[in-house]
Write a protein that binds this ligand. Structure first.
Ligand SMILES: [Zn+2]
Length: 392
């Protein structure tokens, strides 16, 4: 192969001690416990090239975040109880904790450092499992996300002159990234998610297509609860390549939230790791077809720490390393993490790398048809608008 693994070595994995500091507390679903089994599986699969995330500076954060918001995060990071005392509205599912700014700035810095290395040509593919905090808004935290590392990396690439295709595969709508580039014709965001009629953040509908200067560059494919592999894959494989062909990106950024999995406790999508693996391979193929291999992948959501998240990360790494998945997860890995899983009352890590299709019920025809119509409406609406932009 003329690209990727041979020319530039392994994909770069962003991970370091500071990755563990992003922690809203023991009862919070987004737990740093996922890095133990997750990173261990990547190493067992062969990952050897790591980059410890540096803290993003305030000046870097200001590229997408309001200075007043960043200084509020600084203050709450030092005095986590200040918000309650001062009568701020609650931060809800993002409860301030001591060191929150430093932890969140390291997530942001990790995606920025990875993007810098892609821009310099030092690496073609990079993967930041702790990144993908796609809900963070310019002026507020949302949905477990304080700083939007993904949007920061996209903005860095855009400001370096790239046309960026952002593909969001998380079960939740990528609302923060979409909002930040809503009216920016140089960034196309596409999000596949469980419908906002039933799931946080309650947004991301088919007719949401971008601002007046960028119509067609926000694409939303809201899916029915219960959607499983066949239907999800057919819409992803229909929409993403067609958008890439119309938009001609020079940079790919993706978010691989594994909360789409049937075993995930927070959503009602019904995927197996088969669909996740296929989607990661598709993004790799598009990177080599359109962006000379330039591709930053991020982890995103995923709340089944032992059964789902490590394998989902594994498939992204394998796609970036251009390697086929093994049939089974390594036995030593399973043995090593079974004990911790039991201590947290969780099912043990599974033996199969690719789930058997029997794990979930197959989609009913009606749901498949409805998702297909939704995807087609989203795609055609965007393609028409993109043509108008290029004709203008
Ligand atoms: Zn590749």
């Amino acid at each position: 192969m003329e690209h990727g693994a041979t020319a530039h070595g392994q994909p770069l994995v962003v991970y370091g001690p500071s990755s563990l500091l992003y922690d809203f507390g023991v009862d919070h679903p987004l737990t740093p416990r996922r890095f133990g089994p997750g990173m261990d599986l990547l190493r067992a699969l062969g990952a050897e090239r790591f980059l410890a995330p540096p803290e993003a500076t305030d000046a870097q954060l200001h590229r997408v975040h309001e200075p007043l918001y960043v200084s509020t995060v600084h203050m709450l990071s030092e005095y986590p109880d200040a918000g309650t005392m001062l009568g701020f509205s609650s931060w809800g599912d993002d409860p301030p904790f001591y060191g929150m700014h430093e932890a969140a700035a390291a997530v942001a810095g990790g995606s920025l450092a990875a993007m810098e290395r892609i821009l310099s040509g030092e690496t073609l593919h990079a993967f930041h499992p702790g990144g993908g905090l796609h809900h963070a808004m310019p002026g507020r935290a949302s949905g477990f996300c304080v700083y939007n590392d993904t949007a920061l990396a996209v903005a860095l690439a855009r400001d370096a002159g790239h046309r960026v295709l952002y593909v969001d595969l998380d079960a939740h709508h990528g609302d923060g990234v979409e909002t930040i580039f809503w009216n920016d014709p140089r960034v196309l965001t596409v999000s596949f998610h469980e419908s906002g009629r039933v799931l946080f953040p309650w947004t991301g509908f088919v007719d949401d297509r971008g601002g007046p200067d960028a119509r067609g560059t926000a694409v939303n494919v809201p899916l029915d609860p219960g959607t499983s592999d066949a239907s999800w894959l057919s819409v992803v494989e229909r929409v993403v390549p067609a958008l890439a062909a119309a938009f001609h990106p020079t940079m790919l950024v993706s978010q691989h939230g594994s909360d789409t999995h049937a075993l995930d406790p927070l959503t009602h999508l019904n995927l197996t790791t088969y669909a996740m693996a296929r989607a990661a391979r598709l993004v790799d193929e598009l990177a080599h077809q359109y962006t000379e291999g330039r591709w930053l992948a991020t982890g995103g959501g995923g709340y089944d720490v032992y059964r789902v998240v490590p394998r989902a990360w594994g498939f992204v790494w394998l796609a970036q390393a251009h390697r086929d998945p093994p049939l089974e997860t390594p036995a030593e890995w399973r043995e090593q993490w079974a004990g911790e899983a039991a201590r947290y009352d969780q099912a043990p890590p599974p033996r199969a790398m690719v789930d058997s299709p029997g794990l979930v019920r197959a989609d009913v025809r009606e749901l498949i048809d409805r998702n297909a119509r939704t995807a087609e409406a989203a795609l055609q609406g965007s393609l028409r608008a993109l043509e108008e932009i290029s004709a203008a």
